[in-house]
Design a protein around this ligand. Structure first.
Ligand code: HEC
Ligand code: HEC
Length: 161
């Protein structure tokens, strides 16, 4: 190799390495972003956040939200009925921001029973879910300290004792 060839090979290597690093960085950002949910609606936050966390609409597919909104009078053992105007507005908000069935396909109406949820939490020890400080897997904010802001990123997780 002549000097100029060597120089060219070096430049190409530097360029290729930077390109790869760039792609990895972008992919990582996109993934990290996948666990911050930004959709917001004041009525949804107030009504669906009064008994538990207002669960991000992205975590269930549209058909599941439709069923939940159709059965609010018998909502997981409680009555969570809404007046028709609020129900219509919240229902539209949930469906417009719902997750895709492929990603968060639901066999039940519980986020906590989806294959997606089980997979994300397969490293949580089984007994942790029953701790008095947690009570239920549906109590996201017990461990996800920034869940109220739609932020489920790993860096903000602490499993309470
Ligand atoms: C009157 C109280 C109350 C209100 C208001 C309420 N919920 Fe619930 N919700 C519950 C209870 C209780 C559970 C069961 C929690 C558990 O198993 O720990 C539940 C569970 C859920 C679950 C399943 C959580 C899981 O296990 O994955 C979803 C989804 C849900 N609610 C959505 C909504 C939506 C949407 C609204 C607003 C339209 C709403 N809730 C309003 C009481 C309420
Ligand atoms: C007992 C504590 C606990 C509860 C309760 C809990 N989680 Fe998690 N969650 C974790 C832990 C720990 C991880 C990280 C697992 C890992 O990456 O190894 C996690 C991961 C996640 C992730 C992926 C985060 C990322 O960026 O990798 C999402 C999204 C998530 N949980 C949503 C929820 C939702 C929604 C609820 C409530 C319906 C919930 N979690 C309830 C402990 C909990």
């Amino acid at each position: 190799m002549t000097n100029s060839h060597r120089r060219l090979a070096f430049d190409l290597t530097v360029w290729a390495v930077s390109l790869c690093a760039g792609i990895v960085l972008i992919a990582h950002e996109a993934m990290a972003d996948g666990h911050r949910y930004r959709a917001d609606n004041a009525r949804w936050k107030a009504e669906c956040g009064s008994c538990h966390l207002a669960y991000p609409p992205q975590l269930l597919p549209a058909p599941a939200w439709r069923s939940i909104m159709a059965g609010l009078d018998k909502h997981f053992g409680t009555d969570a009925s809404l007046d028709p105007a609020a129900a219509a507005e919240i229902g539209t908000f949930l469906q417009n921001n719902a997750g895709s069935s492929r990603r968060v396909g639901a066999q039940s109406l519980r986020i906590t029973e989806t294959a997606w949820f089980r997979h994300e939490h397969d490293e949580v020890p089984g007994a942790a879910w029953q701790r008095p400080s947690i009570k239920s897997a549906a109590n996201c904010a017990a461990c996800h300290r920034t869940a109220e802001e739609g932020d489920f990123r790993e860096r903000n997780i602490r499993i309470p004792r």
